[in-house]
Write a protein of this length. Sequence first.
Length: 127
Amino acid sequence: MGRVVLDASAILVLINGEAGAAAVAETLEDAVVSAVNLSEVVGKLLETGMPRREAESTLGGLGLEVHPFDETAAWSAGALRSSTKKAGLSLGDRACLALAKELDLPTVTADSAWAKTPVGVEVRLVR
């Protein structure tokens, strides 16, 4: 399938076995994720009561390549705010999109708002 950048929503679809999980699973071998999106997933898992060690094991087992959110990423994500504000995209969403732009890769998400927003990268919806 080639390299892609996963959004937190796509990772949660996979972990929770929701519709679209198979599509996300197909991307795992070459998937990358922003540290911001990883943090979102960690927060959601712990919020649902998953013990930290289980969350670490679950996420570690996915083999995702995690990219840091550095100053360059901060500027890129910030620059996306005005074009994505109307669609309600969050900082995490913009971090994912900024990483996809930096790496010139498509994104994979479960958030349909992305497909309606001019973000400058290919958006693949999993459902």
